[in-house]
Ligand binder design. Structure first.
Ligand code: 5GP
Ligand code: ZN
Length: 115
């Protein structure tokens, strides 16, 4: 838990969210400002500022994050048509909340290149 971190407060229930999944390592909830019919955020319970903050000891945690996201995507029926994972990283990456999060975005056609 990091002081003044929005997503740590969401994990702790200090700020309400629509919970999608929780286990001892991973929490998932609906994005407050969805950019597609499905827009779910998957985050480690351990506070990491961004994905580059991960170290060797976090390798298993990163794997769990992706596996949880895969299950959520499957439960939301995104498997057949596909979807997009996004990890915005730092200022140029468009990151606005500095607690590592994996966006699951799906339910419509994505475009490339991203904005
Ligand atoms: P980033 O731009 O850092 O990759 O993504 C941050 C995401 O968090 C954005 O998609 C934004 O809509 C979402 N977000 C910001 N504040 C809140 C909040 O209080 N609750 C929820 N559920 N999502 C939030
Ligand atoms: Zn945090």
């Amino acid at each position: 838990m990091s002081d003044n971190c929005l997503f740590c407060k969401i994990i702790a229930g200090e700020i309400p969210s629509t919970e999608v999944y929780r286990d001892e390592d991973v929490f998932a909830f609906e994005d407050i400002n969805p950019t597609a019919p499905t827009h779910t955020l998957v985050i480690p319970i351990k506070h990491l500022q961004d994905v580059t903050d991960a170290e060797e000891e976090d390798a298993e945690l990163l794997g769990k994050l992706v596996l949880a996201a895969n299950r959520i995507a499957d439960e939301k029926g995104l498997g057949e048509d596909g979807f997009r994972y996004v990890i915005n990283t730092g200022r140029h990456g468009g990151q606005t909340v500095f607690h590592l999060h994996l966006h699951i975005i799906g339910g419509r056609q994505m475009t490339w290149p991203p904005g």
